[in-house]
Design a protein around this ligand. Sequence first.
Ligand code: NAG
Ligand code: NAG
Ligand code: NAG
Ligand code: NAG
Ligand code: NAG
Length: 525
Amino acid sequence: MRVHQGICAKLQGGFLRRWWAAVAIGALMIIIAGILAALFPRLINIIIDKEIALQEGSRTFDWWKEPPVTPQMRVYIYNVTNADEFLNNGVKPTLQELGPYIYLETWEKVNIKFNLNDTVTYNVKKRFVFSEELSHGSEEDLVVVPNVPMLSATSQSKHAARFLRLAMASIMDILKIKPFVEVSVGQLLWGYEDPLLKLAKDVVPTDQKLPYEQFGLLYGKNGTGKDNFTIFTGIMDITKYGLMDKWNGKSILGHWTTPDCDSVMGSDGSIFPPHITKHTILKIFDKDLCRTLPLIYQQDVMTAGGVPGFRFVPPAGVFSSPDQIPSQRCFCPSGPPCAPEGTFNASLCQYDSPILLSFPHFYLADPALREAVIGISAPEAKKHQLYIDVQPTMGTALSARARIQINLAVSQVRDIKQVASFPDIIFPIMWFEDGIDQLPEEVTSLLRMAVELPPVARAAMSGALAAIGIVVLVGALICLSRAANRQEKLHLSAPLPGNAKNDNSISPSFQNHSVKKIQGLNRCH
Ligand SMILES: *[C@@H]1O[C@H](CO)[C@@H](O)[C@H](O)[C@H]1NC(C)=O
Ligand SMILES: *[C@@H]1O[C@H](CO)[C@@H](O)[C@H](O)[C@H]1NC(C)=O
Ligand SMILES: *[C@@H]1O[C@H](CO)[C@@H](O)[C@H](O)[C@H]1NC(C)=O
Ligand SMILES: *[C@@H]1O[C@H](CO)[C@@H](O)[C@H](O)[C@H]1NC(C)=O
Ligand SMILES: *[C@@H]1O[C@H](CO)[C@@H](O)[C@H](O)[C@H]1NC(C)=O
């Protein structure tokens, strides 16, 4: 017993303290490695949140201001090939899907003004340039399509006084307005002079005036939009990064019956609050869509450029009628009846034109709508589903397809002879997909780095620290035990003084000897 106590005392002696210190350092390094591994993701998130917030001079700001991408808009037009038969014999309309007519776009944000409250206000400037090479067809192709201004006017007059409808009929007679027009693709999209709109502009009181005398499905879109957007920069609150605060100074649209449906709080589709999970519901606000569109996780994807992402798509019931999903009642303020299953009544955002939006080929809509016409193939998710692929950590859109079909809800009006034989029908006019396929290499390489680097850095840093800690710890322990052994041996082999008073009574020569031995152990690893 005495011998053992002696060894313990030796081990606590001055020259052994460094081994205990080494053990402590080794253990500490292992603990720090563990803490680092646990906290590293949070650390990275703090860095990401700082980096992506929109502020002048940051890299994300430049990308946000002038996205380094060339989005493409592909337009498909439903050419009516049996207009006369449809009107005279009551047969189903036969449609020929033409296109794609492809436009290369440049997007830019202009009039950027930072506000004091973590928001930035801007206008959007878009340029569309027709690409003859990529397109299947030319902008000069002549197509026959429903006369949207006329059918809007007649459908709206359904509940007006009869004499008004009769007056309308005679005006249309004089102006030779017909229910179908033959126009070029370029005119249909970018505008043609419409006699009815011109007349309305001249006679209608100023406050109800339509803003233009030309009609085009994309009229006024080539250039700087007059709407201004105010979005959150994310500097103070990253969870609002990129979300709309105000649209033209308003935080609501003023069309829908519940604050949730009416709010403009959504992203423009290019950037989203970071740290997206599979349970996140992304929201996109688009003024032509007339609402925010929710998107839910569908699948993991690998995008061009090698950046993994999540694909988000609208939930199946997004354009459901209130009969199917009661919460959709908010989008039907003047109903029932409401827009049919799978269509969205955007007339309040389209100067009261009876425009119904749907997904292309009536994807997710009542099949009866597609069967009411001839020539539209069955919808396929791959071709007709709207989606956005996002990089979840940073909230960057990697690729996207905004796919929407524009339909006209025509009501039969018997008093107007020109359209008396035009039945109640949801008439598809065109669909388009607006999208980006790939981000430029400078962006994807940064995104790849943001995805791949943190786990590697985390493993490398905490791994290295833990490895060194273990080596130090194990080495120190080995040295300690060896030292202990040796000392025990030395102790035992040393001639025991007949009457040891205490351990310090070991002869000076022995002590010197064992010091040398133990100092030798310092080089044991
Ligand atoms: C569109 O249909 C009309 C017949 O209604 C036809 O004359 C015209 O050539 C078609 N347009 C194209 C581009 O095929
Ligand atoms: C932030 O400031 C802008 C400009 O002054 C204003 O339009 C917007 O309503 C403000 N937003 C919030 C959330 O206070
Ligand atoms: C859009 O405007 C630009 C000039 O700003 C013009 O070059 C281009 O042809 C226009 N695109 C269309 C489709 O009109
Ligand atoms: C944005 O538009 C609204 C409504 O048109 C206007 O009142 C406001 O002054 C505009 N804001 C900026 C910064 O241009
Ligand atoms: C679309 O909404 C407008 C305005 O709320 C309404 O007058 C019209 O009847 C609706 N159309 C359909 C097809 O529900």
